[in-house]
Design a protein. Structure first.
Length: 193
């Protein structure tokens, strides 16, 4: 071997193996899945399983999600774990509105998804009445493996670009009314201007 450094002067023909081609949109979607920052909204026993998912055994760091954000302004995924009361619904909507765009919501557990076994006036019968939900994670409570599957499902949808147009279904953040069966008047949640 020679100690000299040799340079090739092949022109353009020598560069063909040094480039990747693709769409910018694909690169952006891939980056979003590798740097998603979750905001936790743990309200009941599902929150314990969500905390277990953050442990080293399940390795959320491979998705860039190892740090759960305390501020909604630093998060782009909200994980709602547990039942949502009528009084908590406006707070949930306000936190959702403060999150940076694009933003996604995971409804974790039966109570967050449908109200669970608590069918009464004090609880919202599904968090999708307050904020648009992208992925429903079933279980009572769902285990860390199930939440990981929900996160992987969300990431697959983000990479495919399937859920980017979902905001049109929700009328751009129009007023959302939350009614319970015996609630005397509806709680109106309006987006901040």
């Amino acid at each position: 071997m020679s100690d000299k450094l040799t340079f090739r002067n092949d022109g353009i023909a020598g560069l063909e193996h040094n480039f990747l081609t693709g769409k910018l949109e694909d690169l952006v979607q891939w980056t979003r899945t590798r740097s998603s920052w979750p905001a936790t909204f743990g309200l009941a026993c599902c929150a314990i399983e969500m905390m277990a998912t953050g442990g080293s055994h399940y390795d959320l760091a491979r998705y860039g999600m190892e740090v759960f954000r305390a501020s909604p302004r630093q998060a782009d995924i909200m994980i709602v774990a547990g039942r949502v009361s009528q009084k908590m619904a406006p707070v949930l909507r306000e936190i959702y509105d403060q999150m940076m765009n694009p933003k996604w919501v995971i409804s974790m557990g039966v109570c967050a998804s449908t109200g669970g076994m608590f069918n009464n006036y004090a609880l919202v019968q599904g968090v999708d009445q307050v904020v648009p939900v992208d992925v429903y994670v079933p279980g009572c409570p769902p285990g860390p493996e199930t939440l990981m599957h929900g996160i992987e499902t969300l990431h697959a949808s983000i990479r495919a670009g399937e859920i980017l147009g979902r905001r049109e279904r929700y009328n751009g953040g129009a007023n959302i009314h939350i009614d319970g069966p015996n609630l005397p008047q509806a709680v109106t949640v309006a987006p901040r201007s």
